[in-house]
Design a protein around this ligand. Structure first.
Ligand code: GLC
Length: 549
């Protein structure tokens, strides 16, 4: 296998949810100028900053905000809440000055119902844009054309009085789905990519890209026999197996076209939001690596068991499924899932997860605020913003992971000068960038050290991965590039764990998740504290040594 050399293989991606990162205009909503103001925090070229290599910015396009920007009404502009194209150009220039790449969200599956294309399409059955969306007659009894449900509750079809047909939307009714079987739609959406590539973006995160083609006959999905019997009555989606509403074989030629288009520019990355069983998921890399560069891998984020064996099994299954040309990647948090510190059970677990994410083979994506160990925000029913929570119940709201970034202990956590669109978490005075910056063993400083080490170490950003069966509670693996080695041992248990690894050379701990030891150790018996992770390297003159053995 060739050594990975592209920036998106070596580097670390940081997701910014722009509404929640930094408000510069004083309206309680984050914006692009706010991101510019915080770039030094992300990477100023020194180990003092976080040290990420790329930002992915969730949508900032004009939008009625029914789904907070994932309902785009103009793909080629910026919502005034976030700034304008000139601000965007300044953001790209300022990021590039700091060697930070800029990845933007591309929402190909659906537009807003306020997009001029849809307004025209719904006007009449003979509209020139009618076939740009998916319109069908109801069944004989007037019910929707098939049994598909929306991810956000209710049917995936809405009847439109004006023309007497239903249109398809697997999310909100305000998010009608484009008909990618129509070449004119493909051309228009490829032009969107060109528009942003010409503006200098370094890549795209493609929203629900596996859904863009549905079964040509729009057949009913089978009923899921294992569906949770306690689903809310309107959750029609989770009652079905998702066979016909996405992930169709015919989607892969379109992935190749995305790729070819990006390959016409230098060093741009195509990332896709994709789920599904490994054998189907892996196809998005293309038959010979001619598909997407990185189909997002959510397997560790979706792992419900917090255990060394479950994590190792997920990593090993991925490694085994990847052809040699396919580069792995890992995601532990994003704007659609509850916060990782909450999901994995607390701060100690969040620190261990950070070490795992940043030492596995593959590109890591971090979610803003996870570097502070942010936990789920507390959102009362009156404060709900997310349509998923409003429609399916407060326990399904994604608002909990979208609360404002906590910069300092000032009112509104330094995020804004006024009340933010979602409440700042209650712990902001104790948990924020300023406090953690000054605390040598904070989780922020752990992230910084992990990122810095990863950048310096070819074994970590580039080396092969070899798991070692050492202890059932510990996930232990070796990373190796040439003569450089790093041994990672992660104790997933809440009890101490002593591991023994046969090794000829003396080793040393170069980083512990507790940030309190750098010392020589005897690999015959290394004791890890509860939820402690360590990176060990041989005591060898060529290894990166923070303190000598
Ligand atoms: C993706 C986005 C999510 C959005 C949905 C519809 O899953 O990550 O936030 O609601 O697509 O666009």
């Amino acid at each position: 296998m060739n050594a990975p050399t592209a920036w998106w293989q070596r580097g670390v991606i940081y997701q910014i949810y722009p509404r929640s990162f930094q408000d510069s205009s004083g309206n309680g909503i984050g914006d692009l100028q706010g991101i510019i103001n915080r770039l030094d925090y992300l990477n100023d070229g020194t180990p003092h900053s976080l040290g990420i290599d790329a930002i992915w910015i969730s949508p900032f396009y004009p939008s009625p905000m029914a789904d907070f920007g994932y309902d785009v009404s103009n793909y080629n502009d910026i919502h005034p809440l976030f700034g304008d194209l000139a601000t965007f150009d300044r953001l790209v220039a300022a990021a590039h000055q700091r060697q930070i790449k800029v990845i933007i969200d591309y929402v190909p599956n659906h537009t807003s119902d306020q997009h001029p294309w849809f307004i025209e399409s719904r006007r009449s059955r003979s509209s020139s844009k009618r076939d740009w969306y998916i319109w069908r007659d109801g069944r004989a009894d007037g019910s929707p054309p098939n049994n598909w449900g929306s991810f956000f509750g209710g049917p995936a079809w809405t009847f439109d009085e004006t023309t007497g047909q239903y249109y398809l939307h697997q999310f909100l009714r305000e998010q009608p789905e484009l008909n990618w079987r129509n070449p004119a739609v493909q051309d228009a959406m490829f032009d969107v990519l060109r528009f942003w590539l010409e503006r200098g973006v370094d890549g795209f995160r493609m929203d629900v890209v596996g859904l863009i083609l549905k079964d040509a006959e729009l057949r009913d999905n089978p009923i899921n026999p294992n569906a949770d019997p306690n689903l809310p009555a309107n959750d029609l989606h989770s009652r079905l197996e998702h066979v016909y509403n996405g992930d169709q074989d015919e989607v892969h030629p379109i992935m190749r076209q995305f790729r070819q288009l990006l390959d016409g520019y230098s060093e741009r990355v195509a990332i896709g939001e994709l789920w599904g069983p490994l054998p189907r998921w892996v196809r998005y890399y293309g038959d010979n690596g001619d598909g997407l560069h990185l189909p997002f891998n959510f397997r560790l984020m979706d792992e419900t068991a917090w255990s060394a064996s479950a994590m190792r099994a997920a990593v090993d299954a991925l490694e085994a499924a990847l052809p040699a040309f396919a580069w792995p990647n890992y995601v532990l948090g994003n704007h659609d899932r509850i916060r990782l510190a909450t999901r994995f059970g607390g701060q100690a677990q969040a620190r261990l997860a950070a070490m795992m994410l940043l030492t596995l083979r593959g590109t890591p994506t971090l979610y803003y605020g996870d570097e502070l160990g942010l936990e789920n925000g507390i959102i009362s029913p009156e404060q709900l913003q997310d349509p998923q929570g409003i429609n399916l119940g407060v326990e399904r709201t994604r608002d909990v992971a979208r609360t404002p970034m906590q910069w300092d202990a000032a009112p509104h956590a330094g995020f804004s000068t006024t009340t933010p669109w979602l409440p700042v978490s209650l712990d902001y005075q104790a948990r924020n960038v300023a406090v953690q910056d000054a605390a040598p063993t904070s989780i922020l400083n752990l992230y910084r050290q992990l990122l810095w080490l990863r950048r310096q170490s070819p074994a970590l950003h580039n080396g092969r991965y070899q798991p070692l069966a050492v202890h059932p509670d510990c996930f232990v693996y070796l990373r190796q590039a040439g003569s450089e080695q790093a041994l990672i041992a992660l104790n997933f248990s809440d009890a101490p764990c002593t591991i023994s690894i046969p090794a000829a050379q003396p080793h040393q701990v170069i980083l512990s998740t507790h940030l309190d030891r750098e010392e020589g150790v005897n690999l015959a018996a290394v004791t890890l504290r509860p939820f402690e992770g360590v990176i060990l390297t041989p005591c060898h003159p060529d290894t990166i040594i923070l303190t000598p053995c």
